[in-house]
Design a protein around this ligand. Structure first.
Ligand SMILES: [Ca+2]
Ligand SMILES: [Ca+2]
Ligand SMILES: [Ca+2]
Ligand SMILES: [Ca+2]
Ligand SMILES: [Zn+2]
Length: 366
């Protein structure tokens, strides 16, 4: 096979799929780790089709690309708009809508052949979103998003996933990551849930394109975690409140449409959160605080009830863990609260984004 097209999910030809210890995945020509399929340079353009996306939908597609571009590699996608024709094999990288069976697909065209030496690389990637009446939302509001209290699929989430393919990344099922269940891969605080590229795809981008020379530091917290594998995709669900021995979940209860837990005043419990390092270097002695909030927006103004230090947060390894905390006996019985985490709560890391350091679990106090 000299040239090929990879409809993501189909393995073919002389390509190999890497399965390294730190998860992130890509295609390799001739099964050789020195021949990774990537773009030749550190930037390519993508044409967002304005016959497919206008207004807030266009903005959501652009936002998805912008989110992907915030990663520690030097690679970036330059998005433009056009109203012309679209198709796979027309030499243009395009983002458009058409009737397809999955919500989204990336069509990756590549070359991989030997002619007095190996030639390999990505040639064209198109991203298509299904136009056959699926309920999309351009919003980041939890009240729109079907994995929170809404009924719709966020355009932003599928674009961030497909843009990972655009870089050359493939599906990963062994870690919490955007190249798995991208519908459940958010930074949520207050009324919004934002999709993000995350540790594993950021690491994959660094494997393919190297690390950018400028400082790129970003730790973050999420209330999603990996629960298993569904084919090529990781399965994700919400983090949990556990008993003090970490042997069982606390009793569950739905709070304002989201999964919460019943906790007793004065009880020692363990709160689960996913901590990520989306940057290019290990961070040591990263502080965190545990907070109690009277609403779903976690801020440093909330009641700080515990905290500690993560000895080391690795930039290639997602860290989902439980943290011990005692529920204050001063809280009101029968009231809903939100137990939150703020990572780097002493603000010692100079970060690309500090707003993604917070996550919450709803609780009902007995
Ligand atoms: Ca075109
Ligand atoms: Ca095309
Ligand atoms: Ca990883
Ligand atoms: Ca951060
Ligand atoms: Zn995919």
């Amino acid at each position: 096979m000299k040239k090929g097209i990879f409809f993501v999910a189909l393995a073919t030809g002389i390509l190999g799929l890497s399965t390294p210890a730190w998860s992130a995945s890509w295609l390799e020509c001739d099964g050789d780790s020195n021949k990774k399929l990537r773009w030749g340079g550190n930037s390519t353009s993508a044409r967002i089709n304005t016959n497919s996306f206008t207004g807030s939908n266009l903005t959501a597609v652009q936002r998805g690309i912008d989110i992907t571009n915030v990663n520690p590699s030097p690679f970036s996608i330059n998005d433009t708009t056009e109203s012309g024709g679209v198709g796979s094999g027309n030499g243009q990288n395009e983002i458009y809508a058409e009737s397809i069976s999955p919500p989204g697909v990336a069509r990756m065209r590549y070359h991989c052949y030997w002619l007095f030496g190996w030639n390999y690389g990505l040639d064209e990637v198109d991203i298509a979103l299904d136009s056959s009446g699926r309920s999309w939302t351009s919003s980041q509001a939890k009240s729109s998003n079907s994995v929170y209290t809404g009924t719709r699929l966020p355009i932003e989430a599928v674009i961030v996933h497909e843009a990972g393919h655009y870089l050359g990344l493939m599906h990963v099922n062994s870690e919490y990551n955007i190249m798995g269940d991208s519908w459940r891969h958010h930074h949520a605080n207050g009324s919004t849930a934002k999709s993000y590229f995350g540790e594993d795809a950021s690491h994959g981008a660094r494997v393919l394109y190297g690390s950018q020379s400028s400082a790129f530091r970003d730790v973050s917290a999420s209330h999603w975690r990996r629960t298993g594998a569904d084919g090529e995709y990781s399965s994700h669900d919400r983090v949990r409140m556990r008993n003090s021995a970490n042997t069982a979940n606390l009793p569950g209860i739905t709070i304002e449409g989201e999964p919460g837990y019943r906790v007793n005043r004065g009880a020692a419990v363990r709160a689960e959160f996913t901590i990520e390092n989306n940057g290019k270097q290990t961070h040591n002695d990263v502080t965190y605080g545990i907070y109690i909030s009277t609403n779903d927006y976690i801020s440093s103004g909330d009641l700080r009830v515990g905290g500690g230090t993560f000895g080391s947060v690795h930039p290639a390894d997602v860290y989902t863990t439980t943290l011990g905390v005692t529920i204050p006996s001063t809280l009101n019985a029968g009231q809903n609260y939100w137990l939150g985490i703020i990572v780097d709560d002493n603000n010692s890391i100079s970060e690309v984004s500090g707003s993604n350091n917070r996550a919450y679990i709803p609780i009902r106090v007995n």
